[in-house]
Design a protein around this ligand. Structure first.
Ligand code: HEC
Length: 191
């Protein structure tokens, strides 16, 4: 009797082990398939947050977004900054960084404005979006989505890559081809 109980116990363990191995296999297969989906959308993850953008780039504009309670700080790489008034297209190697700062709020959570009527930025960065232009990069992007040689990267406030598709970046910037796929004007340097 004691023997049978022991046998049953170890058999149960064996069954459990087989199940957990199958689950592990399932997760591996799911991860591989999931990775395949990302590959299909051709996301190369070659755009990084430049390590020196806060000190080495030109802060050329700030955009208030009261509805989202953020202020967007817009930076451009220095070799392109000197060309900002000459307009577009921007040169090979240009990097644009859009850094979202949480806005200062009052006790009830509403945004407050300074004497200039603008939102007040806190030092808390909530997201970073980067676009970078390199000769030949466009070739790996499907032609219907291609933004010249630009590619995009989405990061959290700490600069860690967010696990999201960059397809919406291409789609929303695409209609602005005449402005080299950018929205902001690059004509209002603020420092
Ligand atoms: C729904 C439209 C939309 C989508 C999607 C979008 N953007 Fe933009 N992007 C804008 C607008 C509008 C601006 C101008 C700033 C503003 O008004 O917020 C902008 C500005 C930028 C800028 C500053 C340079 C410029 O074009 O003025 C960068 C960099 C940028 N976006 C990167 C990204 C990245 C990376 C993604 C994807 C993660 C993305 N954007 C997705 C609309 C979009």
């Amino acid at each position: 009797m004691a023997h049978a109980a022991l046998w049953n116990k170890s058999r149960e363990d064996a069954v459990r082990e087989v199940i957990s191995r199958r689950m592990a296999l399932f997760y591996v297969v799911a991860a591989v398939l999931g990775g395949g989906v990302v590959a299909v959308s051709a996301q190369a993850n070659r755009v990084e947050v430049p390590t020196d953008y806060m000190t080495g780039y030109v802060l050329y504009d700030k955009v208030d977004k009261p509805d989202r309670k953020i202020i967007r700080f817009l930076y451009i790489s220095p070799q392109a900054a000197s060309l900002r008034d000459a307009g577009r297209p921007l040169p090979n190697g240009t990097v644009l960084v859009m850094e979202d700062h949480a806005a200062e709020t009052d006790a009830s959570g509403g945004v407050i404005t300074g004497s200039d009527g603008r939102l007040i930025a806190t030092s808390r960065i909530t997201a970073i979006a980067v676009m970078e232009k390199r000769d030949g990069w466009g070739a790996s992007i499907p032609v219907e989505r291609r933004n010249g040689d630009w590619d995009y990267g989405a990061f959290d406030g700490a600069g860690q890559r967010r696990n999201v598709s960059t397809d919406p970046c291409f789609a929303c910037h695409l209609p602005h081809g005449a402005r080299d796929y950018t929205f902001t004007t690059l004509t209002r340097p603020i420092n």
